[in-house]
Design a binder for this molecule. Structure first.
Ligand SMILES: Nc1ncnc2c1ncn2[C@@H]1O[C@H](COP(=O)(O)OP(=O)(O)OP(=O)(O)O)[C@@H](O)[C@H]1O
Length: 329
């Protein structure tokens, strides 16, 4: 099966309010997919529909080819779900909590013991296996949550804001662990978050959610191409020399280049040049030929920051937007 999750025109309304609006999305087997969007964008509602925990108003959500609304129990057997806040028996140890889940899933005796130990090692809690869950830090609880999800042998894991409230080191460790699990075990991971940097770090592809709608899907390069197709290459230069020359002669010379689509002059000699193709050497030559002094030249590419800003802070920013990621030539 190429696509392990398939959402077709998935919609959820609460009265007149549309929380999820005609969502179409296919997630490939084995990929780490990020649902990225601000609070209230509809990520959790989408996840609940995938798990069969809330009914869509229209459309459908299929996981492993199974309709989550009509066959929620079958879907739950395939999917491990780690909610924002995992509940554990605080007086039981990490190991005892895992054994409890194992028993609920029909796993007993030595097999359950071995599996629980293996998973605790895998999530980095080997040394803390016999510590009470109530004494675990937030990061440790999330890692125990991952082990708790994995003991059910799922093929898909869905993580809702897994890094919330964890310190930066813990976040890094958890994300590395999620990525490793996906690579080593062939697991499909769906991760919901509003932390763009975390999503960028760990996800193969990202879906951008805004007000219940999926605005764009792809890896960072694809998103960048979809959203900034007007100016595929932004070349930034800092020039000096005669003010008259840089104001008129150079501007005209640059605009005469076929690939140049837009020129934004900034202060202190900085100029952003939007181009349809990478003509970095030609721009350098044009500046020198125009008699200006070239102090800096770099090609910028759009990162998730720019993409996020475009959608979450309004389209107006797009026009004057300065990309954040710089490849200095
Ligand atoms: N049971 C409900 N009744 C009415 N409105 C709801 C209900 N559940 C969610 N909503 C609304 O639907 C919208 C989407 O909520 P949802 O929790 O899916 O967003 P989210 O992207 O997961 O946000 P967060 O990151 O804050 O969890 C929000 O405006 C929310 O208030």
């Amino acid at each position: 099966m190429d696509h392990i999750i398939e959402l077709v025109e998935l919609t959820k309304k609460y009265g007149d309010y549309t929380a999820v609006d005609r969502l179409n999305l296919k997630i490939r087997t084995g990929e780490v997919f990020g649902l990225l969007g601000p609070n209230g964008a509809g990520k959790s509602t989408t996840i609940l529909m995938m798990l069969g925990l809330t009914e869509p108003s229209s459309g459908k959500a299929c996981v492993c080819g199974i309709n989550a609304t009509t066959h929620p129990v079958e879907v739950k057997r395939k999917v491990g779900y780690l909610p924002e806040d995992v509940g554990f028996y605080e007086d039981l140890t990490g190991m005892e909590n895992l054994l409890y889940t194992a028993r609920l899933n029909g796993m007993h005796g030595t097999i359950a013991q071995e599996k629980a130990s293996e998973l605790l090692e895998k999530v980095g809690l080997g040394k803390d296996a016999n510590k009470k869950a109530g004494k675990y830090s937030r990061g440790m609880r999330q890692r125990l949550g991952l082990a708790d999800v994995l003991i059910k042998n799922p093929v898909v894991i869905i993580l809702d804001e897994p890094t919330l409230g964890i310190d930066p080191n813990g976040v890094r460790e958890l994300l590395e662990l999620i990525q490793k699990l996906s690579r080593e075990e062939g697991l499909t991971v769906l991760l919901s978050s509003h932390h763009l940097h975390q999503v960028q770090q760990v996800c193969d592809r990202v879906g951008l959610f805004v007000s219940g709608q999926l605005k764009a899907v792809g890896n960072i390069q694809e998103l960048s191409n979809q959203l900034f197709s007007n100016h595929n290459f932004m070349i930034q230069v800092k020039v000096g020399g005669s003010p008259a020359l840089s104001k008129n002669g150079l501007h005209t010379a640059l605009l005469q280049l076929k690939a140049v689509e837009k020129i934004d002059k900034q202060t202190e000699g900085w100029i952003n040049i939007g181009c349809s193709e990478d003509i970095t050497p030609v721009i350098a030559q044009t500046i020198v030929d125009a008699g200006a002094e070239l102090y800096h030249l770099s090609r910028k590419s759009y990162g998730l920051d720019d993409i996020y800003q475009l959608y979450f802070e309004g389209g107006k920013k797009h026009e004057n937007h300065t990309p954040s990621q710089t490849n200095v030539i």
